[in-house]
Design a protein around this ligand. Structure first.
Ligand SMILES: [Zn+2]
Ligand SMILES: [Zn+2]
Length: 344
């Protein structure tokens, strides 16, 4: 039987997408609940029919109501980008559900530093998880996926407290679709050969907290060009050092340590680091770009630039990429959207 793959948007919010008591034009409270944090599923179906596998990427606030309302099916495994609550807080409910139904430990894939940090905040999960460590740059098979699927972690800097934060490349192998989930990131730390290998990735799914730089949020921006951007970029570039980028990563693990050394060898000058979604897209030329995790609050506060709604952000981002002659299709998805990734 032919298998089809799709990418489902389970949520698209940043941390606390709407503060209780407030309103935000991006998040519609009138329709279906739209408050889950950025979370995605790679779904595998038999033909066009029922879902046979659901591999979940990140599980923050709101993922549980989303899953209950969209098929009420426990995902088969969980891949985590980094240990912030808006990417992990739903783990408890998902893992407890699985354990009580199946009397089995729940498969979790993450870097070691990320997993340790999760257990520090939710220690009881240690007993209930079957953990697989992701080392930087090494593809790992996701055993619970029906067809061949691998996940590869690459280090990112997302603030000193985001322990061993990573972007995750999910590939249907051999020769199937490739989707790169950046998770939250301020500075990607990929070595040159990996940037080369990511060329023409099918989907780049990335965090767009703000359109313009405000590095104090520990998130990158979509673009850098704004007459005012130096005010916020210059102090950050001065404070940016190798040891700062290294701080959240795992020094004990040799594989990871070597990867970081290779990154600094490839990019000895901090001027060459990637600082925006546009920079990254220019280097890897994804076929499609998906923006999630939008807040815009810093654009409003520091750049006096309005908050956008879904289509406003999509139009603006498409224009920004077109201005650089980047033939990349930009999409700002609605929660619940299902995007076809093709057949195998
Ligand atoms: Zn986040
Ligand atoms: Zn985060």
């Amino acid at each position: 039987m032919m298998r089809t793959f799709s990418l489902r948007i389970n949520g698209r919010g940043n941390a606390w997408p709407i503060l209780i008591g407030q309103h935000h034009p991006f998040y519609d409270l009138r329709g279906a609940p739209d408050y889950a944090n950025a979370s995605h599923s790679i779904l595998e179906r038999e033909g066009e029919g029922k879902i046979v596998k659901d591999i979940l990427i990140d599980a923050g606030h709101g993922i549980v109501p989303f899953l209950l309302r969209h098929g009420n099916r426990i995902p088969d495994a969980l891949l985590i980008t980094h240990p912030h609550f808006d990417h992990t807080l739903g783990m408890d409910w998902i893992i407890q559900s699985y354990y009580r139904f199946r009397k089995k430990k729940y498969p979790v894939y993450a870097t070691k530093g990320c997993y340790e940090q999760i257990l520090r905040t939710m220690p009881h999960l240690g007993e209930l998880c079957a953990f697989t460590e992701l080392s930087y740059g090494k593809p790992v098979r996701v055993r619970e996926a029906g067809e061949g699927m691998t996940v590869t972690a690459f280090p990112v800097y997302h603030g000193v407290h985001a322990r061993a934060a990573a972007m995750l490349l999910v590939e249907i192998v051999p020769a199937g679709p490739r989707v790169l989930f950046t998770g939250d990131v301020l500075v990607p730390m990929l070595k040159k050969s990996d940037i080369g290998a990511l060329h023409n990735v099918d989907w780049l799914v990335t965090d767009a907290n703000n359109r313009f730089p405000y590095p104090k949020t520990n998130h990158w921006s979509v673009v850098r060009r704004h007459p005012e951007d130096g005010k916020y970029m210059e102090p950050w570039l001065q404070e940016l050092t190798e040891s700062l980028l290294m701080a959240p990563h795992n020094f004990q693990n040799y594989t990871n340590y070597q990867y970081l050394l290779d990154f600094f060898r490839d990019f000895p000058e901090k001027e060459d680091y990637i600082h925006t979604v546009l920079d990254f897209a220019t280097r890897i030329k994804p076929r499609n770009l998906l923006l999630t995790h939008y807040s815009g609050l810093e654009d409003e506060k520091y750049y006096k630039d309005a908050l956008l709604d879904t289509s406003g952000l999509e139009k603006w981002a498409q224009q920004a990429l077109n201005n650089d002659q980047l033939a990349v299709n930009v999409k700002v998805p609605e929660t619940g959207a299902v995007i076809s990734l093709g057949k195998k």
